[in-house]
Design a protein around this ligand. Sequence first.
Ligand SMILES: C[S@@+](CC[C@H](N)C(=O)[O-])C[C@H]1O[C@@H](n2cnc3c(N)ncnc32)[C@H](O)[C@@H]1O
Length: 495
Amino acid sequence: MIFISPQSHKDLILNKKTLVSTDGKENYSIIKGVPILLPEKTNPDWSRELIEIIFWEYPEVIKKIYEEIDSGNTSDWNEIYVKYIKEVHKAKENILNAFNSYKQKETSLWITGDKSGSITKSQMKDFKKYTKKSIGKKRTLTKIKGTGNLWDRYRYFGELVCKENTDKILELATGAGGGTASVALYMPNNSELYTVDIGFECLGNALGIGKYQKKTIIPVCANFWYLPFRDKTFKTVCTVCGLDESREIHKTLEEVSRVLSDDGRFVVVSRNNAFMRQYRILEPFGFTEQETIEILKDCRMYSDLNNLDEICNSLGMKLTSRKEYRDNENIAFSVSEYHKNTKQKTIDDLLNEAENLVPDEVLPDLPFMESSPDVHDWYDFEHEIWELGEEIRQLISENNNKLNETQIERVIKICLDEKAKRGRQSFVMLLGRKKYCKHSERIAHLLNSDDVDGQVIDTLYKMGAGQYVEEIKPFLEHNRTWIKNKAAKYIEKYE
Ligand SMILES: C[S@@+](CC[C@H](N)C(=O)[O-])C[C@H]1O[C@@H](n2cnc3c(N)ncnc32)[C@H](O)[C@@H]1O
């Protein structure tokens, strides 16, 4: 059964009785208000958010584009998009005008659908046809089988979503069902997964996955912009490419934050940079990467991870973990985890986390990075420990906190622990204050560690520990300029 939501969340709640089933009597009228973004016969998988914006004043062109895709004459949809852009807008200047006028609307815009009307009987018939196909046994089994062979990022996504807070999970963008299948694979039998998409066909995928994985999956046909759930309903909201393949991401994220409970989590797979999705459409018209990113941001679309973090932050969802993946085309995707209203961690919490992250043995250096051939790649734990040291620095500077004696000893212990590798750098930097000068002897020992030597010179300088001139002189010949400069500054002051 697929539940269909009227447009607004105001009088709807997470209750199967108040959402409406497609099997109900009111098949058509109840859909009133569900925004149909796409023309009749359109498979939602074909929709392209950028095209909806470029042609937002020309719904008939969008219809033609999707018809041409549907005809199957060419498999390169970008060719079709570019052809129509050339025909309608001709040059970059006019495309920019289309972006500008969309941008100035400042509200979420419907494109081809009728904002207030119901879908037609023939649309309903089409949707049902698609749905039937999607939940056909053969097709569903193929999808489920695929989960045994999930890409790493799907597997990681499913595990992360189900790591905690699993009683009620909401997924945005059912789409082809990859994310739904990954969550279903890891969620406990007593969890409920609600999955939202504007496309019936996609929801059919969800029905099939639930049936064959024997999990409770409740497909809901609704728009991300008006989620049909009460405030603070879900402990976890998640999505695989729901944000970077839709429009109005600020509005969507407002909804995510609204339906998340206070201690809720938002887990999102997204591209690191949206240019990789859009360049085949815009590059032929002379748009650079930088221009594209700015335009997407202005048009309230997904542009990159920085923008995503910024919006989430402004809505009280704080980034708590991020893992990066690259696919065959070397397009970078990230799995990001945000916590809503994260209770402010204390310095002791952060120290505990850092201590727990240090491995039990000294791990060998990773191979050199492709981008910097003289720098070894970083282990995840090195990044994570580094970040924790930085978080402690921020806590100290923002809240006028001080490290107590026990905490100072714990920081020094992390600095001296070679198993923490370069993660220690930010901890060494924490000690760069005059009041910690009495600990300089132990820190100066680290001058012979490649992992932290540059930070140590700077910290000794800031501590006012001037007795290490001889030990620091050799660094004047160091092959890294910034370390050479730190050493020169130290020698100039203390020699
Ligand atoms: C890339 S697909 C999702 C892929 C899917 N999560 C997977 O892992 O296979 C994006 C989906 O978002 C849906 N979508 C886009 N904008 C939407 C909106 N405003 N409301 C609801 N669904 C939307 C589209 O219908 C499409 O099915």
